[in-house]
Design a binder for this molecule. Structure first.
Ligand SMILES: [Zn+2]
Ligand SMILES: [Zn+2]
Length: 885
């Protein structure tokens, strides 16, 4: 194992201390618009796992890269410290959630430091401290003032045995049993607090189009979650109850409506439940909106179809949701899958009223009905069995019917619902409300914030409800005795604005310093798991928009670029404690060091992709770092004294090429590609030193480039090697290496050299040359480069004519005509080459490679020194080859 490698433990400890002493990762308050790089803050659950390590290595590597590029960088870390697991852990261990949480934070902080993550710890935030959560309360009050908070009834899980509300996580299994006493859980209506995110539904949806730095998959998941649908609202008459409003996106199918369905908590359903035992039983015990199949109960009532006058049966059904649309719908089993499943189960008629539009449809003939007995036909099509509307296409029919039905109106519906933030748990932010018998719910005045959590009470029910002394207070409005709200906030509230707190973590009079937030926000690069694609990211966008509308924040989106990192797997499976297939980051750090763990992960795959952990991969990464350390040591101990010859110039060009490509890849966060180039350069340097005595300046430039290109990912060893090479200060603060050429030129040069070697091989083989004596590589004449450029830029039909319009091309006679024809033939595929002088230099530098391969001297010849007969075969990017045998 590590016996063979370098002493990673000493190296890593030394540089962690040095960074710490020098405050290398500190972001002063007065910097101007730093590059803000952020990993989603962790839940302090005990120990870092591989997913954390990958997430935070990505942000750390990018933050380090930007710092070396000369940016001021903001790279903070904090703790998503509230939540039910801490409460459960405290109960199991007979401690309290606060102590347990801070223990976990301490452990994880140490682990982060041992990974070499460069955070500004002065900006650390911990959401379970009153200094943080008071601002959740303050924001709640501000949202309330702006009409964005509402109190309304909502269903909660209720254990009749424990007489308490249960969180979803406390309801166990298919049978939905109480986690403590195994009693079947019931649903109860309780008053709950909601944030009105639906007020922002349109903007949250439409602004997704502009989030160009986000993965398309995440953008689509958000669109689906918001789920805006255009349709119509229209009334069906229910006997004894009058007109009942229903929403449909498919009013064109109204002739196929064979039943009508009400949500279990629709006012009519509730009315019926008082007298009808079956309905009541269904609502209380059977309805399961999250179940796999639709359930319902017949009411005996009928509804009148406003178009056909048909009387159709009315059901109470659990797939109808009261908070989406109107809580009532016309059901069309022929053309909706869920309605179809319900109709099959209940034996309700299924009637086709839309037919697929035939390919050769004349726009008038009514097509044949589709078979909808097995499956619904859900596409738009042509209306059939629809009276005067038969023969219309779906879209026209929708417009016509919405106009013709007296009660119908165009309407927009959303899947998105208001955000219920009430949790009946202890370990969260107390909702800052006081309940007064006379005044009702009253907000706690700002000067009385924070409402701090009382000591933890280990109870079966809601701990805050059991904190009798804490609960009793006086009404801020009338002074009468009153009680505190005993629910706490969903922890997603904490994470909806924490990225703003980092700009001024100590702010005592505001959640964040507005001026600085306006300068420093938005987050330039956010990195986290795909499981947060919807809720966390949507809530953060919502908060940012509210703060922009009401608190003067000048940004409406929090995260410019988003990266959702893939999973670290073991043998193709997600690592999980319960499966026992977990690789411990701590063990890897002990055996191989943090640099090896980080480098292995970053080179194994693009950050978005899942990849398999491999012990062999880790070992070979460790061997690579050990070899690199040896190369630097050897160089420092015994400086070489080679010539600045053609080989040195080739190596020098390769250094430039590597820097150009790796920098580009770092910009795109494709670390794996940047690292592959860097390892290739390391190999080239090693071969160079094996082949000849290297030119010291060139070789050192190469080593220095490798060290700095690796520094974002393997920061400790890079720091040590940079020091060995005599670098000033820290590599963490050093300049990123620069290339004398750009990536486009690198590609052209590599292609030129590769094509030339390929051509020589072909000639040697075709001509059967066994022992080449000399090889001439002849650069094409200048006029051919001009002709190529004209051909690329020209859109004339007659290219030859255009070329002959240039006198210096025309005077080449037949040669110009021949080359013109070649260009014409390949016109679609032409690409610009390097200039003739640059081609000459590139081939000169690569000549040693050719000499080594063919064991013959190589002469690179300029066009003005070559014969016309040879020049005929020379083209830009493809020199002529002359071989003497
Ligand atoms: Zn119970
Ligand atoms: Zn009062």
């Amino acid at each position: 194992m590590s016996d063979e490698g370098y002493d990673h433990a000493t190296v890593e400890r030394r540089w962690q201390e040095a960074w710490d002493d020098a405050d290398v990762y500190r972001t002063p308050d007065d910097v101007d618009d730093p590059t803000y790089v952020l990993g989603m803050y962790p839940y302090p659950s005990g120990k870092l796992h591989m997913g954390h390590v990958r997430n935070y290595t990505i942000t750390d590597a990018y933050a380090r890269y930007r710092r070396m590029q000369g940016d001021d960088v903001l790279h903070p870390m904090g703790w998503d410290a509230f939540g039910l697991p801490a409460e459960n852990a405290a109960k199991e261990r007979d401690t309290n959630p606060r102590d347990w949480t801070f223990d976990c934070i301490e452990t994880m902080t140490d682990q982060m430091e041992s990974m070499g993550f460069g955070y500004d710890w002065e900006r650390e935030i911990t959401t379970c401290t009153p200094e943080y959560y008071q601002w959740n309360q303050w924001l709640f009050a501000r949202f309330h003032e702006e009409g964005l908070v509402e109190r309304r009834d909502a269903e909660v899980n209720w254990c009749p045995e424990c007489e308490t509300v249960l969180a979803d996580e406390q309801v166990e299994g298919e049978a939905e049993l109480c986690w403590r006493c195994d009693t079947p859980v019931e649903q109860r209506e309780l008053e709950q607090w909601f944030l009105k995110i639906t007020e922002y539904a349109d903007e949250l949806l439409e602004a997704i189009d502009d989030l160009e730095g986000w993965p398309n998959s995440v953008r689509q998941m958000q669109r689906n979650w918001i789920g805006r649908q255009y349709g119509a609202e229209l009334d069906f008459n229910i006997e004894g109850y009058g007109p009942v409003e229903a929403f449909t996106t498919r009013v064109d199918t109204i002739y196929g409506a064979t039943f009508f369905a009400l949500a279990p908590d629709h006012p009519i359903s509730e009315e019926l439940a008082k007298e009808d035992d079956d309905v009541r039983h269904f609502i209380e015990h059977e309805a399961d909106p999250e179940g796999d199949e639709p359930n319902g109960v017949e009411t005996g009532l009928t509804a009148t179809n406003p178009v056909t006058g048909d009387e159709i049966p009315v059901y109470v059904a659990d797939f109808v949701l009261s908070d989406v649309g109107t809580g009532a719908l016309m059901a069309v089993p022929g053309h909706d899958e869920r309605d179809h499943a319900f109709a099959e189960k209940m034996g309700i008629e299924i009637k086709p009223v839309i037919a697929p539009e035939p390919d050769d449809w004349d726009g008038e003939t009514v097509p044949d009905a589709p078979d909808v007995s097995e499956d619904a036909f859900t596409d738009d099509g042509v209306l059939i069995n629809s009276g005067e509307y038969s023969g219309l296409d779906s879209e026209t029919a929708r417009e016509r019917l919405t106009e013709d039905i007296e009660s119908a109106e165009e309407a927009t519906q959303y899947q998105l619902r208001d955000w219920g933030i009430s949790r009946q748990r202890y370990w969260g932010t107390p909702i800052p409300v006081i309940h007064c018998d006379d005044c009702g719910p009253v907000m706690v005045p700002e000067e009385d914030l924070p409402v701090e959590l009382p000591e933890f009470i280990n109870t079966t029910g809601n701990p805050l409800d059991a904190a009798e002394e804490w609960k009793q207070t006086t009404c801020p409005d009338c002074g009468s005795p009153a009680t505190r709200e005993t629910d706490t906030m969903d922890t997603f509230v904490d994470s909806s604005w924490y990225f703003l707190r980092y700009v001024s973590p100590g702010s005592e009079d505001a959640p964040f310093d507005l001026e600085r937030a306006n300068d420093w926000m938005p987050v330039d690069q956010y990195v986290g798991g795909i499981e947060h694609a919807v809720m966390h990211l949507l809530y953060s966008r919502f908060f940012t928009k509210v703060l922009a509308d009401h608190e003067g924040l000048e940004h409406r989106e929090p995260f410019t670029n988003l990266l959702a990192q893939g999973m670290v797997q073991l043998e193709g499976e997600k690592m999980s404690k319960s499966k026992g297939n977990v690789v411990s980051p701590q063990r890897i750090v002990e055996d191989y060091g943090a640099d090896t763990a980080r480098l292995f992960m970053m080179q194994a795959a693009q950050p978005e992709r899942d990849f398999d952990w491999s012990e062999e991969g880790v070992q070979s990464t460790y061997a690579f770092l050990t070899r690199l350390q040896g190369m630097v040591e050897d160089y420092v101990a015994d400086q070489p004294d080679g010539d600045d010859d053609a080989i040195a110039s080739y190596v020098d060009a390769e250094i430039d090429a590597t820097i150009a490509i790796a920098s580009d890849e770092y910009d795109d966060l494709t670390f794996n590609k940047a690292l592959r180039e860097t390892q290739d350069l390391t190999r080239t340097l090693r071969q160079y030193a094996d082949y000849t005595e290297p030119h010291a300046e060139t070789y050192e430039r190469g080593l220095s480039a490798v060290v700095r290109l690796l520094a974002p990912v393997a920061p400790h060893l890079a720091e040590a090697l940079y020091d060995d090479l005599g670098g000033d200060g820290f590599v963490a603060e050093a300049d990123w290496p620069t290339a004398k050429i750009d990536r486009d030129r690198v590609a052209k040069r590599r292609r030129l050299v590769e094509n030339t070697r390929e051509d020589i091989r072909d000639i040697v083989e075709v001509a059967g040359i066994e022992d080449p004596q000399a090889i001439d590589v002849v650069i094409a004449p200048d006029w051919k480069y001009d002709a190529l450029e004209i051909a690329i830029e020209s859109d004339a039909d007659n290219l030859i004519g255009e070329l002959m319009g240039e006198s210096h091309i025309r005077e080449q006679g037949d040669a110009a005509a021949d080359y013109g024809q070649d260009l014409q033939a390949e016109r679609e595929a032409l690409t610009m080459s390097l200039a003739p002088g640059a081609e000459y230099d590139a081939l000169e530098a690569a000549a040693w490679l050719i000499e080594r391969e063919f064991e013959a001297p190589v002469d690179v010849v300029r066009a003005d020194e070559a014969d016309d007969s040879v020049l005929r075969n020379a083209e830009p990017g493809r020199p002529a080859i002359e071989i003497e045998d």
